[in-house]
Unconditional design. Structure first.
Length: 249
């Protein structure tokens, strides 16, 4: 039977951990016993509140401003995590941007902006964290997307960036073994507060009806999948797990 504190004594770094899915992941890791460093770019107030909530759970927390597109910024964030907790057991590459644009009018700036955050960012953070993760036989969990498995015409640059992250996950799993396991959680449609206005358009109901489980996903669904890779068998590596209720089938 899994301990109620399977991550006790361990520390985690969650990029983009201030709000939405990243916040849910950070809190789930804290509830499992981990101390958490969360990074943010623009969401300072939300990051401070999430860190306070982690501390209310009895764990240590640190909110660090970080632009995952910047090598110097990433290096400083990882250094801050090590300075605060002395070790790093888990990296969750969650920071990402999701945008819509017609493919035939997509600008180079649009394309590069998505890839810089969604594909290059996880590479930079993983590279900087790797020596510390190797020291403790740690783990990396990347947050991909069902869009990296299925083509969405209005989100071509996003889908391509997440497909790249899925492949990067598998390459990392081979390159960083045997010390570090690397896996990916790929959410489908996830209910977020910002999406509530979409209920008026019927989109939320549309996706729920198409999903075999007859509902859309929750932040908790994604967080629990991350926790599986964070606390489950270290032997499991190179996997891309769709958390979509069967929507992609």
């Amino acid at each position: 039977m899994m301990s109620t504190q399977p991550l006790g004594g361990k520390s985690a770094l969650v990029t983009g951990g201030a709000r939405r899915v990243g916040r849910g992941i950070a809190l789930a890791l804290a509830q499992a016993g981990a101390d958490v460093v969360l990074t943010y770019r623009n969401s300072h107030a939300e990051a401070v509140e999430t860190a306070c909530e982690i501390e209310r759970l009895g764990r240590r927390a640190l909110a660090v401003e970080c632009d995952v597109r910047s090598e110097a910024s990433v290096r400083a964030a990882v250094a801050a995590a090590i300075s605060r907790f002395g070790r790093l057991d888990l990296l969750v590459n969650n920071a990402a941007i999701f945008e819509s644009a017609p493919l035939d009018s997509l600008t180079l700036e649009d394309w590069d902006a998505v890839f810089e955050t969604n594909a290059r960012g996880p590479f930079l953070v993983a590279r900087e964290a790797l020596p510390y993760l190797r020291d403790v036989e740690g783990r990396i969990v990347n947050i991909g997307s069902l869009g990296g498995m299925k083509a969405w015409a209005g989100h071509a640059h996003y889908c391509a960036s997440k497909a790249a992250l899925h492949m990067l996950t598998q390459a990392m799993a081979k390159a960083f073994a045997p010390e570090v396991s690397v896996n990916c959680v790929a959410p489908g449609w996830i209910e977020l507060e910002e999406k509530e206005n979409l209920r008026a358009t019927g989109k939320a109901e549309h996706f729920a009806a198409k999903t075999p489980m007859q509902r859309n996903g929750s932040v908790e669904d994604v967080a629990q999948a991350v926790l599986f890779f964070a606390a489950g068998p270290h032997f499991v590596t190179g996997q891309v797990l769709a958390v979509d209720g069967g929507l992609g089938l």
